[in-house]
Design a protein around this ligand. Structure first.
Ligand code: HEM
Length: 449
């Protein structure tokens, strides 16, 4: 028994230790070599089946017949609440996913949000001119938080935004912590911050509901709050979504969007700094677009940004190497056989994306940053071997918005500044971060505007 306990602890320690090296996938690689692409282990207090096989991952993600439910650590479950889209299942998840996905993917939203993203990017990049040292990981968060709050609830710069920034930061500090809940503990403080956030967001939702009664229902919804409120107003058969439910879900939707996009931007800067050839080609492509737009005195549209092929390849390669969400955790509701591997009822499965992204079988020289590989693969593919945004029933609804934000950021960065990066390294546990927040020194190009 003692030997077994020791074995279990060693697995978790090995798993965590690999997250502090430049090869976080070494934990998976070692076991895959010994036991095959799907193996059992015991990490972070849970017996778990790890899949490093893209075909098995696909079945887990598709989740036909609702065999799998999300399985997050206890602290995350507590903070999300059972009615969060990230945790719920069945018809309500599908309904919410379709509503939010439809809104975030719509060309109308992208048309409207492009200038908001540009403004947020220009505001932040503009402030860099007077800064000695810029910490990219912090600065990019300023851009994406403003955009997120705008998309979800149309809140612009001001007191509400500052309040939400402050409280949200306090809230997410508890996502990965000891699940102990009494005054003074991290989890308790985070739950309190969530209560304050819910109160403020509920006020915004109520005001919007009143305002909506006066507006034209045929026009496009202006944000996620309105999308959910309108759905409540619609059909007679469908039950309305309660205001508390809407407010809670708006906050919970901030979680997957808040850290991921700034980390992708930060890591793009890091990888480009280490790859002068790629940076040069990216700059040329974006300078050409800037020149065209300046010559024609034209504003940029979202399609301009997304149609730059090399820029899209840089983004795909960044997402492949960064593995911001390194995999998803699910729990099986019944016994299921996938490709000859039995996953027993009640067991957790980790569909490991990072193992697939860093596998030589799928990508030649997987550790090298090579945006050109996507010229053959196709930039935006989300096939079994490339799943930074997940797949199937829960495919990230923020996929296109994220790519647009990163494209706009990269465009204005490489056409406005040159930069020198200071020494820093990537840490992969518990989530992907730069050890020193990626410090850089910038020099403005004279044609900055
Ligand atoms: C680079 C940026 C991003 C990455 C890598 C990313 C990744 C992911 C992944 C892997 C999932 C699937 C989780 C699962 O299957 O359990 C997911 C789900 C989700 N993402 Fe993203 N995401 C990003 C940006 C965003 C943004 C900007 C938003 C919001 C505006 C967003 C909203 C969501 C939501 C609401 C879900 C849950 C969908 C559902 O369960 O039905 N994400 N994301």
């Amino acid at each position: 028994m003692a030997k077994f306990k020791l074995e279990i602890q060693r697995e978790t320690l090995d798993f965590i230790a690999s997250g502090y090296t430049s090869r976080p996938v070494s934990f998976m690689d070692k076991r895959r070599f010994l036991y095959g692409k799907v193996f059992k282990t015991h990490i972070l207090g849970t017996p778990i089946i790890v899949s490093t096989d893209p075909d098995v991952n696909k079945v887990v993600l598709q989740n036909h017949g609702n065999v799998f439910i999300p399985a997050y650590p206890k602290s995350i479950r507590e903070l999300l609440g059972e009615h969060s889209i990230l945790q719920m299942n069945g018809n309500l998840q599908k309904r919410l996913h379709a509503l939010i996905g439809g809104f975030l993917r719509s060309p109308q939203l992208k048309t409207r949000i492009t200038s908001d993203i540009e403004n947020a990017v220009k505001r932040t990049l503009g402030s860099w001119q007077h800064m000695q040292l810029i910490h990219v990981q912090e600065e990019t968060k300023k851009i994406t938080f403003d955009v997120l709050v705008k998309v979800l609830m149309s809140v612009g710069p001001g007191e509400d935004l500052n309040f939400m920034k402050r409280e949200f930061e306090e809230f997410i500090k508890g996502l990965i912590c000891l699940p102990i809940k009494f005054p003074g503990t991290r989890l308790y403080k985070s739950l309190k911050a969530k209560e304050r956030l819910v109160k403020r967001v509920k006020k915004i939702v109520e005001e919007r509901k009143l305002g909506m009664e006066k507006t034209d229902e045929k026009s496009m919804a202006s944000d996620a709050v309105e999308v959910l409120l309108r759905d409540s107003e619609e059909g007679n058969e469908k039950q309305s979504l309660p205001l508390d439910f809407i407010s809670g879900n708006i906050i919970e939707m901030m979680i997957p969007g808040e850290e991921t996009v700034p980390m992708a931007m930060t890591l793009a800067v890091k990888f480009l700094s280490d790859s002068p050839g790629a940076l040069h080609q990216l700059m040329e492509e974006n300078m050409e677009l800037k020149k065209q737009k300046t010559d024609l005195c034209e504003d940029y549209s979202w399609t301009d940004y997304l149609s730059l092929p090399f820029t899209q390849n840089v983004i795909s390669e960044t997402l492949r190497l960064a593995n911001i969400i390194n995999g998803v955790w699910r729990k099986a509701l019944k016994d299921i056989d996938i490709k000859g591997h039995l996953i027993p009822k009640g067991w957790c499965v980790l569909a490991s994306f990072i193992s697939v992204h860093m596998d030589e079988e799928n990508y030649e020289n997987p550790y090298s940053f090579n945006p050109w590989r996507w010229e053959k693969l196709g930039a935006c593919v989300n096939n079994n071997n490339f799943t930074p945004f997940g797949g199937g029933q829960r495919l990230c609804p923020g996929l296109e918005l994220s790519r647009l934000e990163i494209s706009i950021f990269l465009h204005h960065l490489v056409t406005s500044y040159r930069w020198v990066t200071q020494e820093d390294e990537i840490i992969y546990f518990p989530t992907v971060k730069m050890k020193r927040k990626l410090p850089i020194k910038v020099t403005p190009l004279c044609n900055y505007r």
